[in-house]
Design a protein around this ligand. Structure first.
Ligand code: G3I
Length: 355
């Protein structure tokens, strides 16, 4: 009984501490020596919108959640829709934000018209080469880094994922994409980006082996992106191990899509398993600790000259992809549904700088 009472008092004190620190002048990116970014949609970024205001105040790096994907850009073999990206580039230049390019080659963003060309390998190769060259050339010097290839390694087995790209272009599609992007903008940081590599050691090592092989063939890979869509129970020492291994590559390291959930899922659409129906104060505090630990581990394990930064995959629970994609109710981000800062915000902020 007494223990319960003490626990409640501690929780109330912590939550009110967090609220006291609800200083409108606090800015996440000003607390870090590396860029702190968010994913956002162009709609929210470019319109008069509270999400845009928070982005302007809190983050100095921006990733388009969907607007720079192939499906959004390539409407036909010779039909490119650049208008939105042009506006985003303009926004970033005017507001001194870094733009991270997400993503050139991803099996989940193959446009319908291209998928229909399945098997016509010459035409697919021709389109893909032109696409990468045109896209990266157009935004040369304006996009700081690109996710060149996303999610090319399969889950658990550590083999190449069987995708539209692998089937049509063979495994050289990865090296080719990096080479073309580098030729178009030699100054951009070029990433291989994947999920679960912070927790699935087989996948981590398969990724590192692939990168090592690419480097031995002089393919210009210059960064590794750990998406880090994690759950509360992914152990910190496992994450630390993955970060250490990534640091040892000497490449730029990006935590590229951070969010932290409570419920389980099986990595597939609508594959959520609702275990927690209520977001309690103690869950909120534990999530704050987890965000803090991630930021701290990144800051202390990744050498400063390899710190490309940490990007959160959206910052408001209401807008997070998690709920609609997995069909679960969860609370993965830094702000709640009414855009109020959660303990996750303060934990993250405190992890970004040394005490
Ligand atoms: O905009 C259309 C809307 O017009 C339509 O009515 C509606 C009906 O389905 O779909 C809307 O598009 C959705 C789009 O998000 C914008 O909300 C797509 O269906 C939906 O598939 C798409 O999901 C995105 C997903 O990637 C697939 O591209 C998520 O927002 C986005 O968060 C997610 O991001 C990925 C990263 O790119 C790679 N790593 C994993 C990460 C999470 O899955």
């Amino acid at each position: 009984m007494i223990i319960k009472l003490i626990r409640t008092i501690i929780i109330v004190l912590c939550v009110s501490c967090a609220n006291r620190a609800n200083d409108p002048d606090t800015s996440l990116h000003e607390h870090a020596v590396f860029p702190v970014g968010t994913a956002i949609s162009a709609n929210n970024l470019l319109a008069d919108n509270p999400l845009r205001e928070i982005t302007l105040d809190q983050f100095n790096s921006i990733t388009m959640e969907n607007d720079m994907k192939m499906r959004s850009i390539a409407k036909g073999p010779e039909l490119y829709r650049w208008k939105i990206v042009d506006s985003v580039v303009h926004f970033c230049e005017n507001n001194d934000k870094r733009l991270h390019g997400h993503v050139l080659i991803w099996h989940s963003s193959v446009p319908g018209w291209l998928r229909e060309m399945d098997g016509q390998t010459d035409s697919i190769r021709n389109f893909t080469e032109k696409y990468i060259t045109k896209y990266v050339t157009r935004y040369k010097g304006k996009v700081a880094g690109w996710d060149i290839v996303n999610e090319a390694i399969s889950d658990s087995a550590g083999t190449m994922r069987n995708t539209f790209w692998l089937e049509n272009l063979g495994q050289d599609y990865i090296a080719d994409a990096f080479n073309l992007a580098h030729a178009a903008d030699p100054g951009a940081v070029l990433f291989y980006n994947d999920y679960n590599i912070e927790r699935d050691t087989v996948k981590l090592h398969a990724t590192l082996n692939m990168i090592e092989k690419l480097q031995s063939e002089n393919v210009p890979v210059s960064g590794i992106g750990l998406q880090m869509h994690i759950r509360m129970d992914v152990p910190n020492d496992v994450i630390a191990y993955a970060l250490q291994k990534c640091a040892e590559t000497g490449l730029q390291v990006h935590i590229s899509e951070l969010d932290i959930i409570f419920n389980k899922h099986n990595d597939t659409k609508a594959g959520g398993i609702q275990q927690y129906t209520e977001f309690t104060d103690s869950m909120a505090l534990a999530q704050g600790d987890k965000y803090k630990a991630i930021a701290e581990m990144y800051r202390t394990i990744i050498p400063e000259d390899q710190q490309y930064g940490i990007t959160v995959w959206g910052f408001d629970d209401g807008g997070s992809w998690i709920r609609s994609f997995f069909n679960i109710h969860d609370w993965p981000t830094l702000y709640d549904d009414s855009l109020k800062r959660k303990p996750a915000y303060y934990g993250f902020l405190n992890g970004l700088h040394s005490e």
